[in-house]
Design a protein around this ligand. Structure first.
Ligand code: H2B
Length: 98
């Protein structure tokens, strides 16, 4: 069973650095720039392990030091508490990423 959809604008009030995106379903997104590829990949590894324990996975891409992350809950057709929890985890380990 999936949790219920949250209004994106409401969710973003609590998540500076994140923006509204459409995936095409409602989503939240953050762009991160690290010092180099090594730092970006280390970040992605930590997020991947967390995502697996949550059974909730990001849509993302990486080019050298940059990581684009988009969070949405496919089952629910929009943003849910799981996306907010994963966003907060990402913020907590993003360090000095810009
Ligand atoms: N991740 C995300 N972002 N949304 C989902 O609906 C989702 C997921 N569903 N990871 C999970 C896996 C589901 O497909 C499995 C079967 O539990």
């Amino acid at each position: 069973m999936s949790s219920s959809v949250i209004e994106v604008q409401q969710a973003l009030g609590d998540l500076p650095g994140w923006r509204h995106a459409d995936d095409p379903r409602p989503a939240i997104a953050r762009s991160l720039a690290f010092a180099d590829f090594n730092a970006a990949w280390g970040f992605m590894n930590r997020v991947a392990l967390k995502a697996e324990t949550m059974d909730h996975h990001p849509e993302w891409s990486n080019v050298y030091n940059r990581v684009e992350v988009l969070l949405t809950t496919h089952d629910a057709g929009g943003v849910t508490q799981k996306d907010l929890d994963l966003a907060r985890f990402i913020d907590s380990i993003a360090g000095d990423a810009k």
